[in-house]
Design a binder for this molecule. Structure first.
Ligand code: ADP
Ligand code: ADP
Length: 229
């Protein structure tokens, strides 16, 4: 777990006179263990901001720090983050266990350690009885939990969620939202969750960042954001 600091973060696409600045200096100090939702209309810069924290997009100005460590120039794998995507594409030919273990195998984590981490994650997500199954033998909700399991086993300092609920039907969306809340209660990992859905934002956020046109317009609890005069 760690704090997450955004210090005057700027993003420009392109170079020279044709450059298009899409993030205009965002400042936010996110506390250790906080669940933050970034909300705003399509095109306001939510995923760009998240992808800069993840290291999938270069930062054009300012600084991003996870704990005391400035991560601007670190590769995604070196940042102690894990990301849960909208399309949680699991490997269809691999078992649930292997899907969760895959990233750790690549990172050359010892086999015993992999087994211990996957078992622990499976317990938290109630997947223990499904470890030998293939993704096609799972319900939508179970697949979503495997995708989260894959993120948990990395033991990240920060969780990044990129609209993970937006392709789900209403019932599964509500169910997965509860899973995410439970996960955060259990593990207390500092989290950034992107959505364009205000209700989702209000339900999940401890504090929310409201983006508009590349600017951070508000940063506060849902009460503060929706009850400003
Ligand atoms: P949101 O996630 O809020 O929908 P994005 O972060 O995807 O917004 O996009 C913010 C702005 O940056 C938009 O105007 C978008 O067109 C632009 N943008 C995003 N990715 C690129 C890119 N690779 N090259 C150029 N412009 C981009
Ligand atoms: P999302 O907001 O879900 O990321 P987008 O349609 O904004 O979806 O972006 C999809 C992909 O296209 C992203 O990888 C983004 O970086 C890229 N992209 C978005 N806008 C532009 C743009 N104006 N020029 C080039 N690439 C873009």
């Amino acid at each position: 777990m760690a704090t997450l600091s955004l210090r005057n973060v700027v993003k420009r696409y392109g170079h020279g006179p044709k450059a298009n600045q899409v993030i205009h200096g965002v400042n936010a100090e996110i506390k250790d263990g906080e669940f933050i939702v970034i909300v705003g209309p399509s095109g306001c810069g939510k995923s760009t901001l998240l992808r800069m924290v993840a290291g999938l997009e270069e930062i054009s100005g300012g600084e991003i720090a996870i704990g005391p460590r400035v991560v601007n120039n670190l590769e995604p794998a070196e940042r102690d983050i894990a990301m849960v995507f909208q399309n949680y594409a699991l490997y269809p030919h691999m078992s649930v266990f292997d899907n969760m273990a895959y990233g750790l195998k690549i990172a050359k984590v010892p086999v015993e350690e992999i087994k211990a981490r996957v078992d622990k994650a499976a317990k938290i997500l109630e997947l223990g009885h499904l470890l030998e199954r293939k993704p096609r033998e799972l319900s939508g909700g179970q697949r979503q939990r495997v995708a989260m399991g894959r993120a948990i086993v990395r033991q990240p300092q920060v969780f990044l969620f990129d609209e993970p609920l937006s392709n789900l039907d209403a019932k599964l969306r509500a169910q997965t939202r509860l899973e995410i809340q439970k996960l955060h209660r259990d593990l207390g990992i500092t989290s950034l969750f992107v959505t364009h859905d205000q209700v989702e934002a209000m339900t999940l956020a401890q504090r929310m960042i409201v983006m508009n046109g590349g600017n951070m317009e508000q940063f506060g609890t849902p009460e503060e954001v929706y009850h400003t005069p």
